[in-house]
Design a protein around this ligand. Structure first.
Ligand SMILES: NC(=O)c1ccc[n+]([C@@H]2O[C@H](COP(=O)([O-])OP(=O)(O)OC[C@H]3O[C@@H](n4cnc5c(N)ncnc54)[C@H](O)[C@@H]3O)[C@@H](O)[C@H]2O)c1
Length: 210
């Protein structure tokens, strides 16, 4: 089962988009230093992000469901401040409280890395609805809720970056889960039906009023 959200786009208003600078994003050291928030950084790739961003001069805040003591040691060894909380990114209350706590503890948040993710590697047949909802909850709702918690401050300060960590696995067809294991069939299906834009008329109930 593909468990990752590949292209997750946060739609914010045009005014908000204008307020968040996007130029020079390719220049790692061009952004004023402040706090980088990383979800799921107690382990793995998130911990590596924390270590690297701390080395680049960012203070680090970590939201994870497990203790992030090893990450704390790495960040502090780089001479940066560290804050973490046990936060389940699927909880609206916890993510909002975390944003408030970070705001009181560390310099202004200039970056959010939505890294927390789970990928149970179950076949489609072995995936029940509860597991499906759990994966979407962490990988998709988590990124949404953390963005909701931190975007207002970024907009207010007119500065912020959000990085949503995807996986290339979502580019593959869900063939293993559906039992299509033949490679030639796999390739044929990958070539078929690329996503296209289809201009369907909006029903009156969903049309914008202004
Ligand atoms: N490892 C890979 O090869 C790979 C490849 C592509 C994408 N990714 C993505 O990179 C990200 C990190 O992967 P990883 O391999 O380092 O995983 P990992 O399991 O080592 O780390 C994930 C972290 O997320 C935390 N977490 C899980 N559920 C959470 C929740 N509800 N709230 C807060 N934190 C939670 C875990 O405690 C853990 O510390 C994931 O989003 C994953 O899908 C990983």
């Amino acid at each position: 089962m593909c468990t990752n959200v590949c292209q997750f786009t946060v739609f914010i208003s045009r005014q908000e988009q204008t307020n968040i600078p996007t130029s020079h994003s390719h220049r790692r050291n061009s952004m004023p230093k402040g706090t980088a928030v990383i979800t799921g950084a107690a382990n793995g790739i998130g911990q590596a992000y924390a270590q690297r961003l701390a080395a680049d001069g960012f203070d680090i805040a970590v939201a994870d469901v497990v203790e992030a003591s090893a990450t704390k040691a790495l960040v502090e060894a780089a001479g940066r401040k560290f804050f973490s909380s046990l936060v389940d990114v699927t909880s609206p209350e916890s993510t909002l409280k975390f944003a408030a706590d970070v705001g009181e503890t560390l310099p202004p948040v200039v970056a959010l890395v939505n890294n927390a993710g789970i990928y149970p590697w179950k076949s489609f047949a072995d995936t029940d609805y509860a597991l499906w909802r759990k994966v979407l909850g962490v990988n998709l709702d988590g990124a949404f809720l953390m963005s909701k918690a931190f975007i207002p401050g970024m907009v207010e300060r007119k500065l912020g970056r959000i990085v949503n960590v995807p996986s290339r696995s979502c580019l593959l067809p869900v063939l293993a889960g559906l039992g299509f294991r033949d490679r030639s069939d796999h390739r044929r299906r990958r070539r078929a039906s690329p996503p296209v834009s289809t201009p369907t008329p909006l029903p009156p109930t969903t049309q914008a009023k202004d």
